[in-house]
Design a binder for this molecule. Structure first.
Ligand code: ATP
Length: 360
């Protein structure tokens, strides 16, 4: 691409301050080995930004992010923000909307030797991220949920052709990079004939542009059963917002829990690495948080940027990270307590960075 990638670093809150530096350390090591130039831009966000600058998303942050290719965002502990301060907002929905981060990509992969219900799962849920049921994100103004009478609540679900087509395309493009080349569209068009019907139509239409990728469709309730009984049968899954939210947590549970649940939110131009887990205030400051999810989220960002910008060095850096993370997990050594080990966050991050630098 002829220039350095520009990547922001936004630590977030609580364990974000511990796991984001480990992700950046691993990304730096991989970029160096791959000969990939990256310019890094640390930026204030969250509680620290509130204390130092008076706002959890300080003025100028969006303008700065506009100039970047992507960023790493740590978990946000907005539940603990002061309720009476209008500047103490959760920045995450603003970032997601502003950059149209329409595809929330959530892999679930199991590793032999780790506590997990299944040993051989390797699937990715691609969840539509800006429409659907969530009332804070499916309308331009106001709320997608309202109460016309004291005893009646209406929750509006938004499905658009454009939104469905965009997320379907992201799923097919991802499937093309994976060996099985298979997309499963999850919906319930037998009941939600218009909403899920439109989503399914768009998945089929986009699928025609990808003759090398197989498409099947599964009703969401049947899918939930098949996911828990035989998750190995799935490769890439594309679905609407709330179905994807629920199913991806279930998938994370099948392979060992939140510490092993990375994610990437991708838009038309930019992507944001953000692990599925929250800021985990119960373990913050103890240096025991598992950095895997944040490191692999960073790895997904490099892979996404590599494919987006036709930058093979970024793809190579991502491949190197993936191999190193897997080698550390498989070795069973230098793992954090949630994985049955005794290592600190930093020790596990150091081991992964060393495996990246030393690997062939
Ligand atoms: P949020 O609502 O912000 O998503 P949450 O309430 O779902 O957050 P988390 O903060 O994700 O919860 O934490 C849930 C549990 O998982 C906690 O017990 C936490 O300690 C644990 N946990 C989360 N992330 C990690 C991690 N990276 N390593 C180890 N344990 C983790």
């Amino acid at each position: 691409m002829g220039r350095a990638l520009k990547i922001g670093i936004l630590d977030g809150d609580d364990i974000g301050l511990e796991v984001v530096p480990e992700a950046v350390k691993a990304m730096r090591a991989a970029a160096q080995k791959a000969g990939l130039p990256i310019e890094w831009f640390p930026m204030p966000i969250g509680r620290k930004a509130l204390d130092a600058l008076g706002h959890t998303l300080p003025p100028g942050t969006l303008e700065k992010l506009d100039t970047l290719d992507g960023w790493v965002l740590g978990p946000i502990g907005h539940q603990a923000y002061p309720k009476d301060n209008p500047n103490a907002i959760n920045p995450h929905p603003i970032l997601r909307k502003h950059y149209d981060l329409f595809a929330n990509i959530r892999p679930a992969k199991s590793f032999p030797g780790l506590p997990a219900l299944y040993k051989d799962v390797d699937l990715v849920i691609v969840r539509e991220n800006n429409e659907g049921f969530p009332p804070d994100r499916n309308v331009y103004a106001g709320s997608g949920e309202f109460r016309p009478t004291p005893d009646m609540t209406i929750s509006v679900r938004v499905i658009t052709r454009q939104g469905s087509a965009k997320v379907a395309r992201a799923a097919f493009e991802l499937a093309r990079t994976r060996p099985r080349r298979k997309v499963t569209a999850v919906h319930k068009n037998t009941v939600f004939k218009l909403g899920c019907g439109m989503f399914a139509e768009e998945c089929r239409r986009i699928g025609q542009e990808f003759p090398d990728v197989a498409l099947d469709e599964v009703m969401v309730d049947t899918f939930a059963m098949r996911l828990v009984m035989k998750p190995q049968q799935f490769d890439v899954i594309v679905t609407t917002n709330t179905f994807g939210d629920i199913l991806s947590d279930a998938a994370a549970g099948l392979v060992g829990g939140l510490g092993l649940a990375p994610a990437l939110s991708a838009g038309p131009k930019r992507a944001m690495a953000q692990a599925t887990h929250g800021s985990a205030p119960d373990i913050a400051g103890k240096n025991i948080a598992n950095p895997y999810a944040m490191i692999v989220s960073g790895q997904m960002l490099l892979a996404w940027l590599g494919h987006k910008h036709g930058e093979p060095r970024a793809v190579r850096a991502a491949d190197r990270m993936e191999a190193a993370v897997e080698s550390i997990i498989r070795s069973g050594k230098t793992l954090t307590p949630d994985l049955g080990g005794k290592a600190s966050t930093k020790e596990m991050g150091d081991a992964i960075a060393a495996a990246i630098s030393d690997g062939a």
